[in-house]
Design a protein around this ligand. Structure first.
Ligand SMILES: Nc1ncnc2c1ncn2[C@@H]1O[C@H](COP(=O)(O)OP(=O)(O)OP(=O)(O)O)[C@@H](O)[C@H]1O
Ligand SMILES: [Mg+2]
Length: 334
């Protein structure tokens, strides 16, 4: 089955061609430069850029895959959660494209897309498995069963892990998105330089807003000269310290959940799963506990349409095609 995946939930315009489990093309056009000067995504700017990019990005995916549109069997598209204006561009395009080709349309939950990104790198974990979704907008620990049953064990009560990286990076003057910049600098720094808080809640919920506030106060409570010196001489150490605080919390939560649920397989997905320290530490969890740990290829951690096609194809196989009245659901949950 040949499936076109379309993803426009936030600031990346993405299209992919999926061929029975093989990704034949995966095109992502990032708008990072457009939003960098504002320190975050500007919804109006994002949707206008999706309008400009969606057709060329889909064309490019079809070309890369050497596939004629007429050969497609289905179109899978993200219909939530995300920015309403951004989602609407992808969904309107996908509806029209599917109708023109007379093939089924299937709406995909962006978070389910992240979960199913683990299946893009064989071997796919058996169900049920424990999945940590860590991205720019979400931090959730989920038990993924068969038949699209997702049992949410816990989620963040305030900021997402990626949001914490982005906000701290902003305080450090590192631009947007902040995660990759902090990761690069942290590789050269000392994680023990500053002990930032690791908030541990009773259940499987997370909280990252205290970390951002702690970094804010750490910088604010110093003289201008001292702050400048710290940022000039110890930025790598500060990045390593912040990264260690986030990663410690995530890894501890997974270890705790493995103990409580007898999970035999664990996956970590979403943009923050690209973090090199988190990837290493999760590998170590696998070595210590003997459970299988899956972290998708870097290209499938960040927003992409291959994961949307993967989830969409599985939904279609289970008979879940969407009606032409499918609408965007900006607050859609798992
Ligand atoms: N190497 C990295 N280390 C830490 N964080 C990273 C890294 N690479 C990307 N990120 C973070 O990942 C986030 C982007 O992930 P993703 O694209 O999945 O989020 P999103 O789609 O905006 O949100 P959601 O999936 O929750 O709707 C950003 O917050 C970014 O800073
Ligand atoms: Mg995402």
């Amino acid at each position: 089955m040949l499936v076109l995946g379309v993803e426009t939930s936030c600031d990346d315009t993405a299209a992919a061609v999926w061929d029975d489990g093989t990704v034949r093309a995966n095109v992502v056009s990032s708008q990072d430069e457009l939003h960098e000067e504002y320190g975050g995504v500007v919804p109006e700017v994002a949707s206008r850029d999706h309008q400009r990019l969606v057709v060329p990005v889909v064309q490019r995916a079809l070309e890369d895959a050497a596939v004629d549109a007429a050969a497609l069997d289905a179109v899978a598209v993200t219909h939530g959660p995300g920015l309403p204006g951004s989602l609407l561009v992808g969904l309107s395009f996908a509806k029209a494209f599917a109708q023109g080709l007379d093939v089924p349309l299937v709406g995909v939950n962006h978070l389910e897309g992240h979960v199913y990104s683990v299946d893009l790198d064989p071997p796919a974990p058996d169900r049920p498995f424990l999945c940590l979704i860590v991205s720019g907008g979400h931090t959730e620990l989920v038990r993924v069963g068969s038949d699209f049953q997702h049992d949410v064990l816990g989620r963040t009560r305030d900021d997402a892990a990626g949001e914490a990286f982005d906000k701290v990076a902003q305080l450090f003057g590192l631009g947007y998105p902040g995660g990759p910049a902090i990761d690069r600098r942290a590789a050269r720094g000392a994680p023990t330089f500053q002990d930032f808080p690791r908030s541990r809640l009773d259940d499987f919920d997370f909280s990252f807003s205290g970390l951002k506030t702690s970094v804010l106060y750490y910088l604010r409570d110093r003289s201008d000269a001292e702050r400048e010196r710290l940022l000039a001489e110890h930025l790598d150490d500060l990045c390593a310290s912040v990264q260690a605080a986030v990663v410690d919390v995530l890894v501890d939560a997974v270890r705790h959940a493995v103990g409580e649920t007898d999970a035999e397989q664990v996956a970590v997905v979403g943009g923050v799963a690209a973090n090199s320290s988190l990837r290493r530490r999760m590998e170590a969890v696998g070595d210590d506990t003997g459970i299988d740990v899956s972290v998708p290829d870097l290209a499938y951690c960040m927003d992409n349409a291959a994961m949307i096609a993967q989830a969409g194809a599985q939904r279609l196989a289970a008979g879940h095609a969407s009606p032409p009245t499918l609408d965007v659901e900006s607050n859609l949950q798992l």
